[in-house]
Write a protein that binds this ligand. Structure first.
Ligand code: HAM
Length: 427
């Protein structure tokens, strides 16, 4: 039997044999994760890691029973004691569970947390949609200031800009207070009722269960009907209205271009107030690089203190794919600084000891250990992209000197074993 990777997931390798799989290269993931950590640090966000799985009920309660995620996409199973367990499909609920359980609010009044971990959703697999995807997410807990909203939005927007991405598009909306959502829900149903027969099957189903999600429909006919739909922004109470206006003004001050889209509702039930998404043209249908919003009532509804919060999640797969699509600067695969090729037993021992000493100093040095002939070893040095190569034979052992050959230029440098480390530290 030949084993295959399950559908909808992928390996992250030093180099994928498929040139289209460049985004699955581990050094690019390391590069992106490094940039993310730098950005999180600059914005004062600290890392949180939660387990891969949680009690199923946590997600049912927070994301919402009628959402796509809970109704059809969760990886749920029973453990040996019959408890219902779910692989996390998103990060907000687990972070809030931990925040409340560990009483983090008692440590300080404001918490700014970030995470970088995989999520699991049983989705129809297609470009940009995976059954295991990785998110960079942030959750800022404790402030209801519009400044907090814009800090979070800009953290994402400026990260993507710093990565060199172009054609970014920020869309924002406000879902107002929970009451507003209720009022709007009825108004939207009223508007859609006469069109019920013309809506797509999916939207017709959502009409009773989760009518706001109809606004997300990609169906052509649905979109036509929605053109005249009422706007949730007309139902905002004065407080939410003022908050939304402040956010828009701050975004303008930061010169972040954005569009207000009253149809932007997002697929998770816990949102209220400002919601947003950043998209990139290149990604096609699955074009959201990241999205999030406020969820001021969530912590209290889970039994925690009444704290406001806002956050977002951004998909690492989509960010990397867009970086490659837009040909932004990307680091190349790491390669050794020096590759040593020993000839004979005494040279092998000396080379091995030299390699280990240099490695201890933090220098990337590799050694031929397969007993290959010189030509084979040189080919390998070339394939792994070694900057310098040195052959250690009888001559080198006797003279205690070796000759480094720079692979690209062919230039050679002769030096003693004692000065090798110093040379390598300064090239
Ligand atoms: P979300 O919009 O469901 O939000 O996911 C956030 C991002 O994760 C998406 O914009 C997309 O880039 C990526 N993503 C989602 N599903 C997939 C998938 N199947 N394959 C590849 N990428 C995917 C949330 O999860 C919220 N927890 C975000 C949040 C945090 N809101 C407040 N705080």
């Amino acid at each position: 039997m030949k084993y295959q990777i399950p559908k909808g997931v992928f390996d992250i390798l030093p180099e994928d044999p498929d040139p289209k799989g460049l985004w699955r290269s581990s050094h690019l993931w390391n590069f992106l994760e490094g940039k993310i950590r730098e950005q999180a640090r600059a914005y004062g966000f600290e890392e949180i890691r939660t387990p891969l799985f949680e009690q199923t009920e946590l997600f049912n309660r927070t994301i919402g029973e009628t959402s796509d995620i809970v109704s059809k996409e969760m990886y749920t199973f029973h453990d040996k004691k019959g408890r219902s367990i779910t692989l996390r499909p998103e990060g907000t609920a687990p972070v809030m569970r931990s925040f409340i359980e560990k009483h983090l609010d008692q440590q300080r009044p404001l918490h700014k947390l970030f995470y970088l971990f995989p999520m699991f959703r049983y989705e129809r697999s297609q470009a940009g949609r995976y059954r295991q995807h990785h998110q960079f997410g942030v959750e800022a807990i404790g402030s209801n200031s519009p400044l907090q909203d814009v800090e979070v939005i800009n953290l994402l927007y400026s990260l993507l800009s710093k990565l060199g991405l172009k054609n970014l598009h920020l869309t924002i909306n406000s879902l107002g207070a929970p009451k507003t959502r209720e009022v709007y829900r009825s108004r939207l149903q009223e508007y859609l009722r006469p069109h019920l027969g013309d809506l797509s099957e999916e939207s017709e189903r959502r009409f009773t269960t989760n009518p706001l999600r109809i606004l997300d429909s990609k169906d052509k006919q649905d979109r036509e009907i929605l053109k005249e739909a009422p706007s949730i922004l007309d139902d905002l109470d004065p407080k939410a209205q003022e908050h939304f206006e402040s956010v828009c003004l701050l975004l303008k001050n930061l010169e972040i271009p954005f569009t207000i889209d009253p149809m932007l509702v997002r697929g998770l039930d816990y949102y209220n107030g400002v919601v947003f998404e950043v998209t990139a043209k290149e990604l096609g249908a699955q074009n959201a690089l990241g999205g999030g919003g406020r969820y001021d009532g969530l912590i209290q509804s889970l039994g925690g203190p009444p704290l406001p919060a806002i956050g977002f999640g951004a998909g690492l797969e989509r960010i990397l794919q867009t970086m490659i699509g837009q040909q932004v600067f990307l680091p190349s695969r790491p390669s050794p600084l020096l590759y040593l090729i020993p000839l004979g037993d005494a040279a092998t021992t000396k080379s091995f000891l030299t390699t280990e000493t240099l490695r201890e100093m933090g220098l990337a040095v590799d050694l031929e250990i397969r007993g290959k002939k010189l030509s084979g070893a040189m080919r390998y040095a070339d394939a792994i992209g070694a900057k310098f190569v040195a052959v250690i034979g009888e001559e080198e052992m006797k003279s205690n000197h070796l000759t480094l050959k720079e692979m690209k230029s062919g230039d050679t440098t002769s030096l003693s074993f004692e000065t090798l480390a110093e040379f390598l530290q300064h090239v």
